[in-house]
Design a protein around this ligand. Sequence first.
Ligand code: GLN
Length: 491
Amino acid sequence: CLYTSSTRTISSSSNQAFLDKNSSINAFVCTNDAVEYSGDHFPLGNVIIGVKDNICTSKLPTTCSSAILQGFLPPFNATVVKLLEDAGAVMLGKTNCDEFGMGSLNVHSVHGSVVNPFQHPSSTLAWENRERRSAGGSSGGSAAVVAAKICDAAIGTDTGGSIRLPAAYCGVVGLKPSYGLLSRWGVVSYADSLDCVGIIAKDISTTKRVFDVLNVHDERDPTCTNRSIRREASHAVEIQLKSWSNLKERNLHGIKIGIPEEYFPFELSGSVVKNTRSTIVSLKSLGATIVPVSLKSTSFALSAYYVIASAEASSNLARYDGIQYGLHIKPPLGADLTKTSKIYAHTRSKGFGSEVQKRILLGTYSLTADSFDNYFLQALRVRRLVRDDFDRVFRMSNVRVSNQIANADGVDVLMHPSAIRTAPLLDGEEDSSGLEAYVQDVLTVPASLAGLPAISVPITNKEDDGWPVGISIVGQWGCDDMVMKIGEVIE
Ligand code: GLN
């Protein structure tokens, strides 16, 4: 028996069904066969969760889907894992991801690609005859276990879109919280200034339950926002939400939604545009004021993101040296063993996949003396412009920026498609390691650069192929509750 509860029982036969389902989508990389049920009186007492494989767990290995960490069993739980366990959540296993979180399609994994479990309601085809589409990345396994109804929720990480993109491709909810709200202690770093722990769930109410458990200050994470800034932001949001007391009845009068024109690039597929438009029209009919806005620096955000993320990654990944922990490859016979650099080079060449090696080279290059000013500093300047663009359009001021003048005519949230298309084919013509994969993030990276909360909510795709489409709601820093509340109206 896997686990039992008063409201649901997973017997050994459904355990087998769960394993069969998982083997067809490749979403879990290891499972917990000694799952214990905690009881309904806990805040997350009946919630079945998956945890992305770049988050440390003391009971299950943490490999970051990389050969360099095969079999690595951390000696501790990440703060978010401890909080989930203390709240009674039932952790079913670790979920597949792109290696160290680098990717958009969950194809760069030592465990193999994740297959999108979405099934069109009218499809009668057997699983093996259906199109194999990507679950998105890098938290593809987390989105897939929720979409396949194996878990109620899963936690992942979002550096530039890795929660929102897979959530959109798989037709589930994905929240990237404001940067610094959820602890990163015990989360394997990709790019520290961008990394956020996020939540993928079957609906917004489950997302909110998990978020409330994880949204606490952690002194072990130096980038975790302090208590007074948290209080200031949540007080401002509470006042705003109180003034929209009719929101529960789906009455959106008084709410101003900005539609950023730069988020409708030519790469956007026709079906995504049509579905997004019809959602916006329905929000207008519920009383929302819809206004076009412009975020001028958006077109530079993607390039700036890849420079900053790769630079931080090249520094973070230096710790995998083949000596302290993880994979250790001996140099060939005859090599000078007194030179530790040989072990370093051999281990890293074998242990890292090609995408990770590419990022390390790119990042190291942008940090060299010759290119630092032109690439890294330039990217930091763009990041600042992107954040200023957002601060200019929001009604609420950014509590993390001192002396900011609030824009009384500003918008409450922004709304745009989460992805430029529906899930790409896994065995298709697309180049999963080239520019095409990077372009998938074009709509998600600006909120990451600015550290803003963003939620992707599935909308029904009434067009052509019927595969899931997600719409994103982005708010001012600290407005996580606001984006969830407005998301509930779409859900
Ligand atoms: N696709 C982006 C990248 O590869 C974002 C990944 C993420 O958010 N972890 O960097």
